[in-house]
Write a protein that binds this ligand. Sequence first.
Ligand SMILES: [Cu+2]
Length: 139
Amino acid sequence: MFYKKMILGMLAVLLTACASTSAVPSTKIAIDLQDFVFAPASITIPANQPVTFTFTNSGSQEHDFVIEKISVTDVKMEGSMEHHMMGDSASEYDLHIATPAGSTSELSFVAAQAGTYKIFCSVPGHKDAGMVGELVVTQ
Ligand SMILES: [Cu+2]
């Protein structure tokens, strides 16, 4: 019994050590939300590493950032609007963060798979107005 506890204790120490040495600093990217473009409109991030997007809405309308389908973990959001105008399928989006005009918000996540993902603003009319872009996840 004591032996088993000792092994578990050692495992815990090993896991803790592992977590602290493999802590990769988050890739930080600033994205400006304008009427009606993302700047930059093409964003490249590494796969399997934490990234943080900081959104600044310098437009006169609310804007959001949507990726319809992407495999992500460790998603954290700050400053996102709880209620905002969006399309019908908003609840199906894998990533969705809305930022009021003149405000900022923050989105952190880890992308699990390399690939190119379409980004867009889901506020009605904005996608058609040109508020689209791409997220490139590299291996
Ligand atoms: Cu918008």
